[in-house]
Design a protein around this ligand. Structure first.
Ligand code: COA
Length: 397
């Protein structure tokens, strides 16, 4: 690679970085009006640019918190806006950006980073592992009749976009966050509403009201050609409980001139088909990776979650952030670095997969991604990392 310099960008360089990122995704640059709305999503100090003579690559992150098994929240860098100019790919520009960004997060004391990957081969080499998986589904509206015992739900209120932008952050803040989920910053909300306002299709926002006030919301868009039935796309839907979930779906199923409802990257545990007399009215179209997690500070991350059963010694391999490469005794009583022989050896991306509860360690052993001292270790690893729920992020960034 010719000399590539990576540095934090100044505020007046953010728009060029955004245009470069959009170009890498084959999108047009933002108009002045769109950029005015997007400017706040760029967090000063956290936007990196790679240069030779010009800006040729970029990556950025914003602050959030991640919920880990056991319920604790840890600081999280939500990594996004990653792109390299098309005439400079495959010569190490992303590698330089990723290393600089991770080093910066170490200096800031941020223990974890997460991202959504456009392609599955890109980020494992930098220590990111698939932390959550999600499913996409299509609901065939005419076939989807609710079972009599499905919760009725409460009143559903329609908001215009300005009201939604003001009120949805508070509704989300009332939703109990489960492992894998993250807090949503003002920057995140600004990004969502900038995208929604940029869309050619109308946006509808719903808030569900339970006994104690707002306890769920949905955002949807319908694409429909004149004379035909359309497709309703669920952009976002979060609820505090099963009643609000059924209540919002009951509303969505009642929207006229719609043939199918599509929902992308939903929780694997959501009981949608179980609400219908014919469970096949909800067709799973895809199950795949959702959020990818990088443990930037392995020791701090391991300490933040709950563990079960007997302690085990994990040897973590991390060629990118070498301070993480060590043996850790991990158990319900705590986590310490140790000189004891390892029970299991794994790379840091695999550790992230096990950390959230997204994959059972025995599956990772079967795949050859965890090496165990002997086969008695495998069930103990499963017990150690046991979680109560399947993680889901549910916040695209
Ligand atoms: C993905 C992207 C950022 C990679 O940038 P890059 O500068 O080409 O990456 P690097 O040269 O640093 O690649 C490092 C390694 O990853 C591999 N790699 C990078 N992108 C890859 C991809 N899309 N598929 C498979 N392998 C990839 C490279 O081959 C290289 O492997 P090597 O070390 O064995 O030689 C760039 O291709 C891009 O901007 N793509 C379009 C936008 C996009 O998808 N952004 C990601 C958003 S999440």
């Amino acid at each position: 690679m010719n000399d590539v310099v990576v540095r934090a960008l100044r505020d007046d360089e953010f728009r060029a970085a955004h245009a470069l990122f959009r170009g890498a995704l084959h999108h047009v640059p933002p108009t002045d009006e769109q950029w005015e709305r997007l400017r706040p999503v760029y967090q000063p100090g956290r936007v990196f640019g790679a240069f030779d003579e010009q800006l040729i690559g970029t990556a950025r992150s914003t602050d959030a918190e991640l919920v880990v098994p056991g319920g604790a929240r840890i600081p999280l860098a939500a990594v996004t806006g990653v792109g390299v100019r098309v005439d400079r790919t495959r010569r190490g520009v992303l590698t330089a950006l990723m290393r600089r960004q991770l080093t910066d997060l170490v200096e800031r004391g941020v223990p974890a980073a997460m991202l959504y990957a456009t392609e599955g081969e890109i980020y494992g080499r930098f220590g990111y592992g698939i932390a959550t998986r999600a499913r996409s589904c299509t609901v065939h509206r005419r076939q989807a009749r609710l079972r009599p015992e499905a919760p009725t739900g409460g009143p559903v209120e329609l908001l215009d976009l300005d009201e939604a932008e003001r009120r949805l952050p508070d509704v989300y803040a009332r939703i109990p966050l489960r492992p894998g989920m993250m807090t949503r910053s003002e920057r995140w909300w600004a990004g969502l509403f900038a995208r929604l306002r940029q869309s050619d299709e109308p946006v509808t926002t719903l808030v569900h009201h339970g006994a104690d006030g707002p306890d769920g919301f949905a955002i949807y868009q319908v694409s429909r050609q004149s004379g035909q039935l359309g497709t309703l796309r669920v952009v976002d839907l979060h609820t505090a409980d099963a009643t609000a979930f059924a209540g919002l779906w009951r509303f969505l199923l009642g929207v006229d001139l719609v043939e199918t409802i599509v929902a992308y990257q939903r929780s694997l545990e959501e009981p949608l088909e179980l609400l219908f007399t014919d469970p096949r009215a909800c067709e799973t179209t895809e199950v795949g990776d959702e959020a990818w997690l990088r443990l930037v500070d392995v020791e701090a991350a391991l300490r933040s979650r709950t563990w079960h059963g007997e302690p085990l010694v994990l040897e973590v391999v991390d060629p990118v952030l070498e301070h993480n490469a060590d043996r850790y005794q991990v158990g319900p009583a705590g986590v310490t670095r140790t000189d004891q022989p390892a029970d299991a050896r794994l790379a840091v991306d695999t550790l992230a997969m096990m950390f959230t509860g997204g994959w059972r360690p025995s599956t990772l052993v079967d795949a050859g991604r965890i090496t165990v001292r002997d086969f008695e270790v495998t069930p103990r690893l499963d017990e150690l990392a046991r979680t109560r729920s399947t993680p889901w992020c549910g916040t695209f960034f």
